[in-house]
Design a protein around this ligand. Structure first.
Ligand code: SAH
Length: 190
């Protein structure tokens, strides 16, 4: 598998969330099972943390965000890593655009704006058989809603809670500093 880009190699924008932390990006790549023939729809691309990782591994990525500043930041990060050729940037709400995309193998949802139900149902229609959906969230409500929708769609759902701490090394010793817990919900279409 390709290496995962360190957090400090991303261009950040104080107005845009992300990038998704390196360790979480590892897990998302693992749960999405993305491979070189895959088409990926990344809804809520933010800073492009996950878009960069998908672009390294997939054939084509559609990076979608309703905020033009997010797309700008994602583009800068793709350029920095010479990955912009593999990615189409789409300024739209995830609820509006999934219909117009070709069928995809991976649906990534990193932001839904309270419209998870709609995005997952529309996304499921466009997901190829054997395709995967991955949702990451810092909120509790988002995974609960995602689990319900995915179950109603007949999918087998996996839920992983991730609490990462990173060592801050000083002369006195190493202090473990906690990051926000994240929940990753994923499922496969049969
Ligand atoms: N995974 C990203 C961070 C995502 S932040 C990274 O690693 O960099 C969440 C993003 O979702 C924000 O930029 C927000 O504008 C976007 N978003 C939220 N609801 C959305 C919706 N309904 N459609 C499209 N984008 C949405």
């Amino acid at each position: 598998m390709d290496t995962v880009t360190p957090d400090e190699e991303f261009i950040k924008n104080p107005q845009i969330p992300g990038p998704t932390k390196e360790e979480i990006r590892c897990l998302v790549m693992c749960k999405s099972q993305v491979s070189s023939d895959d088409i990926v729809a990344d809804v809520g691309c933010g800073t492009g943390g996950l878009t960069v990782e998908f672009a390294k591994r997939a054939k084509k990525v559609y990076a979608i965000d309703k905020n033009p500043e997010a797309l700008n930041t994602t583009f800068k990060n793709l350029q920095k890593h010479e990955l912009e050729d593999r990615v189409d940037l789409i300024e739209a709400d995830g609820t509006e655009v999934l219909d117009s995309l070709p069928p995809f193998n991976v649906l990534m949802v990193g932001g839904s704006g309270g419209k998870m139900d709609f995005i997952l149902k529309k996304g499921y229609e466009k997901l190829k058989s054997g395709g995967r959906i991955v949702v990451t969230s810092i909120l509790l409500e988002t995974p609960l809603e995602s689990i319900k929708v995915m179950k109603d769609l007949g999918m087998e759902v996996e839920v992983v809670g991730v609490s990462i701490s990173k060592g801050r090394i000083s002369e006195r010793g190493t202090m473990m500093v906690a990051k926000n817990p994240i929940t990753i919900v994923s499922a496969k279409k049969f």
